[in-house]
Write a protein that binds this ligand. Structure first.
Ligand SMILES: Cc1cc2nc3c(=O)[nH]c(=O)nc-3n(C[C@H](O)[C@H](O)[C@H](O)COP(=O)(O)OP(=O)(O)OC[C@H]3O[C@@H](n4cnc5c(N)ncnc54)[C@H](O)[C@@H]3O)c2cc1C
Length: 435
């Protein structure tokens, strides 16, 4: 590959935060709110896109999944339900469906009320590391190239861009072959007769329609690797959310691969709409009203942390002494890395857990870097454990715990790894989180 050596240059320090949160998905929002509510008056949240929420909003996710208990999620759902952007009939209805525009506004209001400074349209492109300690990040935006420094930096970018740039060790995807789960461009349909509409919500949900069984029809008629039928009711009249595009063998940290995936998904979208109009009752006159402004990437880097979350931690419902996220529950949601549907090993169907599990602080502390914490889907875990804790309510819980930890470490002037977990837990309890 040809190379180009950039000239070195001096750039402005645009902000000096106590806690700097990079990425405003569920984990980043949890982290920013957790830190601000723990008393940190100088929390900065930086986001590449034009909205906060990550996959939950810009990724156009259908619903919050799993049976995880989260006081913060209850608060966020209530804030969405109170939004005037919802029709009168839907207001006050805090079910798990997401109204993307209402949720974007609700998040921003909660962040603003908590005193979090939010910087949108700003991509983190590098990490500032001195003597093995992360001191801040370098960003690119309309304002040019800038530095943001902080006492503690939280990487909630999903892919762990900050940690990777800082040189933290990670493994990509599945152990053994590095394969990652497929990517999906979500979209919403309008013009659906929602009273009659079928809504298979899992790969195993079979629905008989006039021409046969819908999942079998999907596999026979949709362009591979698309082929499964997943459709979700929304708050808005006549609308359904579609989780049916599917592209395998995509490295979500490679811009060229993501661009290819976007093209494939958009071709699939046309075939999916034609398929639904033809075969799915209620969808005869459906049309696309909106698509996600960022493609949904399920899996990329798993960072090496002081503890690696495993399948056993989840199945055994482990209660770690240094818990920072509690009462988590979901199954092993591993999609087929070769085509449509679920992974053939049947991990999801066989899933049994003894109860709800906790996530330890150690899974958020990189093995070998100081000054940096991880939150969200990039924390330390195996491919299988990740397929569970990647659910948004769990990422939100982890974010809240990590945000609290960052605020306390910044206040005490110590390294995050030296912070006793008991101090984090005392503050989390004050914020309503119970072990
Ligand atoms: C297609 C799909 C379907 C899913 N279905 C469900 C579901 O039904 N229910 C459920 O609960 N979960 C679901 N998940 C899982 C869940 O959405 C994600 O695992 C979760 O959102 C991860 O949260 P996060 O905060 O770690 O990352 P993200 O939600 O990805 O947020 C990361 C944020 O960081 C920003 N960012 C990234 N890089 C940078 C950078 N360099 N600089 C600045 N900002 C940056 C991004 O723009 C984004 O806003 C699904 C995921 C996908 C992809």
């Amino acid at each position: 590959m040809k190379t180009y050596t950039e000239p070195s240059r001096t750039i402005p320090v645009a902000a000096e935060a106590d806690v700097l949160v990079c990425g405003a998905g569920p984990a980043g929002i949890g982290a920013a709110l957790g830190a601000a509510r723990a008393g940190c008056g100088n929390v900065l949240l930086v986001e590449a896109g034009n909205a906060v929420g990550g996959v939950s909003t810009s990724g156009m996710m259908s619903h919050w999944t799993g049976q995880t208990e989260s006081p913060l999620l209850a608060e966020i759902s209530a804030a969405q339900a109170g939004s005037v952007l919802l029709p009168e009939s839907e207001r006050g209805k805090p079910d798990n469906a997401i109204c993307h525009e209402a949720l974007k506004n609700a998040y921003l209001r909660l962040l603003d009320e908590a005193g979090v400074k939010v910087r949108l349209y700003t991509q983190v492109v590098d990490a500032i590391v001195e003597g093995g300690r992360v001191r801040g990040v370098v960003t690119e935006s309309k304002s040019g190239r800038e530095a943001l420094t902080a006492k503690v930096v939280i990487d909630a970018t999903g892919d762990g861009d900050v940690a990777a740039r800082a040189g933290a060790a990670f493994d990509m995807g599945r152990e053994g072959d590095g394969k990652c789960q497929p990517v999906t461009l979500m979209f919403r349909l309008g013009g659906v007769d929602t009273d009659r509409a079928i809504s298979p919500g899992s790969f195993e949900t079979t629905v008989e329609v006039p021409s046969g069984e819908i999942q079998a029809l999907g596999r026979a008629n949709l362009p591979a690797p698309a082929g499964h039928v997943l459709l979700y009711h929304q708050h808005l009249p006549g609308e359904m959310c579609v989780n049916m595009t599917n592209v395998t063998d995509i490295d979500g940290t490679d811009a060229a691969a993501l661009s290819r995936a976007e093209l494939v998904c958009r071709r699939q979208m046309e075939a999916i709409v034609a398929f639904l109009r033809k075969y799915a009752p209620g969808y005869e006159y459906c049309y696309v009203v909106a698509s996600a402004s960022q493609i949904g990437v399920r899996e990329t880097r798993h960072f090496r942390t002081l503890h690696t979350m495993t399948e056993e931690d989840i199945v055994e419902a482990r209660q770690f002494d240094d818990w920072i996220a509690t009462r988590n529950h979901f199954n092993f949601d591993i999609h087929n890395t070769k085509g449509a549907g679920l992974d053939a090993n049947g991990a999801q169907q066989k899933f049994r857990a003894k109860g709800k599990y906790t996530i330890p602080y150690r899974s958020c502390v990189p093995e070998s870097l100081d000054g940096l914490l991880l939150a969200g889907r990039c924390i330390g875990g195996t491919h299988k454990a990740h397929s569970n804790f990647r659910a948004m309510p769990i990422c939100l819980n982890v974010g809240q715990g990590v945000g609290v930890a960052a605020a306390l470490a910044a206040k005490r002037g110590i390294l995050p790894r030296d912070l006793p977990a008991a101090a984090i837990q005392t503050e989390l309890r004050r914020q309503g989180v119970e072990p």
